[in-house]
Design a protein around this ligand. Structure first.
Ligand code: ADQ
Length: 463
């Protein structure tokens, strides 16, 4: 079997306790093939440091971690700038938050070029290269320009926007053409795959190849682009759920909220996750259904993220004042309606938080997939499971059909569904949960990895 080389903005040592399901799943194949994980070290090089001539190599069991540092300017233009101030908002349909004018594109290209130059000497001719996410779209083009002919695949973890939204990005076509330097482009959902198909045909003039599903030609290059919905490691998550930390967390929460039914939200504090909309829906629930007062409690755990980007500071402020107002208006000495926690909770405790909650509220305005929805299902007690309330705008909604679906922009509608979830009889909860569990088992993270890598391995290497 060929050696697997994974490239992503950040590398993770899959053996570290904090490594998530994705790192563990990729780590299995990296271990098996003696593979390499290449990416940014997370460090900023000192201003007077000489340019890095080669990647820093570390061994982690049978696999290798190869990392490069960024300069402050590269970090600001490539990472904070083009990746998180242009591509992230646009791909989540938020043109209003995109900052096109700041000249970030040049830094984005420069870092992709630098990654390619430092990666190329480490590659072997029959390696399979798997590049992850929007930070590195032009990487294959840069590698090809240096003469690399390996099979190279790309997985986009975030949504692909509709044609006209993508077309608003200055020089979008130049960026999008570089998708054709990959052999396979993986998207999260059918909706993304439809957007991608329309975009490349209408804006780039690519042709869909007759008789070969999801395959496009542009000039000399042929590309397979389709949905490979990412999953979680259900067994690993179930095992975490029965671990000491999760059991303890679940018991503490149940004790503390004995009289209440808990509604849980767990997210990075990102504007795409719809957290203020969700809190407003909870306020609407308390307003419209007085019997819920003193009973339902919303616990929102939001981990800090990209705090130096303005839009993130704004959402933090909005959320703090919203939660404060609800507690002021509806709370009393014995009951605080909303507990808002601005923190990352240890991964081992997260399943306990899910299991203690009657409702999992996963209501992004737009999300590539959303793994919290899948984790919530995996952590439930099948005999007495909680109810998943899911936004139709999460990629996960294409698979998780037995969740209660909401439009998060419809605050009153979401409050009605939330009430239904809180009052759902045991038998209906069990039936829905059983089907959802089956779905996340059928397409788990191992299935995802194997289907993507099989598709990539079966492509002809670049001629
Ligand atoms: P994210 O936007 O980060 O991922 P998501 O898929 O929900 O979103 O994954 C978040 C992960 O972080 C989960 O494993 C969750 O348990 C953990 N997490 C979130 N908040 C936390 C907190 N406060 N404390 C501790 N842990 C927390 C991107 C895309 C998604 C896509 C994934 C994977 O935006 O759409 O599903 O990649 O492809």
């Amino acid at each position: 079997m060929s050696r697997l080389v994974v490239v992503s903005n950040r590398t993770t040592d899959p053996r570290k306790p904090a490594a998530g399901g994705l790192a563990v799943a990729l780590g299995e194949t990296l271990d098996r093939t003696g593979g390499m994980w290449f990416g940014w070290s997370g460090a900023i090089a000192p201003a007077d440091a000489a340019p890095q001539a080669e990647a820093e190599i570390q061994h982690a069991g049978p696999m290798t971690l190869a990392t490069v540092d960024l300069t402050q300017d590269e970090h600001d233009s490539y990472y904070l700038g083009y990746s998180n101030n242009v591509l992230w908002p646009v791909f989540h349909y938020r043109l209003d938050l995109a900052n096109f004018d700041a000249g970030y594109l040049e830094g984005y290209r420069r870092v992709n070029k630098k990654f390619a130059a430092l990666l190329k000497p480490l590659l072997r001719p029959d390696d399979i290269v798997w590049v992850h996410d929007y930070h590195l779209i032009p990487l294959a083009a840069e590698l090809r320009a240096l003469g690399c002919r390996q099979r190279i695949g790309f997985f986009l973890h975030i949504p692909f926007p509709p044609q006209l939204i993508m077309a608003a990005v200055p020089r979008h076509d130049r960026l999008a053409r570089t998708f054709f330097d990959y052999d396979v482009v993986g998207l999260q959902s059918e909706a993304d795959s439809v957007h991608f198909s329309r975009y490349v045909q209408s804006e780039l003039g690519a042709d869909a190849i007759d008789g070969q599903a999801d395959t496009y030609r542009l000039g000399e290059r042929t590309l397979l682009a389709k949905a490979f919905p990412i999953g979680i490691d259900v067994d690993e998550f179930a095992a975490l759920t029965h671990g000491k930390e999760a059991v303890e967390t679940c018991a503490t929460m149940r004790r503390e909220y004995q009289e209440r039914r808990l509604v849980i939200g767990v997210d990075r504090l990102d504007y795409s996750k719809g957290i203020p909309h969700r809190v407003r829906a909870f306020r609407e629930l308390l307003k419209d259904y007085p019997e819920m007062r003193g009973s339902a409690t919303l616990v929102q755990i939001a981990s800090p993220t990209r705090e130096t980007v303005d839009a993130y500071a704004d959402i933090r402020q909005e959320l703090e004042s919203l939660c404060g107002a609800i507690n002021g208006d509806y709370g009393d000495l014995a009951w605080m309606p909303v507990r808002y926690i601005h923190r990352t909770v240890a991964r081992k405790r997260i399943p306990g938080v899910y299991r203690a909650s009657r409702v999992g509220l996963v209501t992004p305005l737009r999300d590539g997939m959303n793994l919290v929805a899948k984790e919530y299902i995996a952590a439930q007690d099948p005999g007495d499971p909680g109810v998943l309330v899911l936004s139709r705008f999460a990629g996960a909604s294409e698979q998780l059909k037995e969740a209660l679906m909401v439009n998060p922009y419809d605050i009153i509608g979401t409050a009605e569904v939330l009430k239904r979830a809180l009052e759902m009889p045991l038998e209906e909860r069990r039936q829905r949960h059983q089907k959802l569990l089956q779905r996340i088992r059928e397409q788990d993270v191992h299935w995802w990895r194997e289907t993507f890598l099989d598709a990539l391995a079966s492509r002809e290497p670049a001629g």
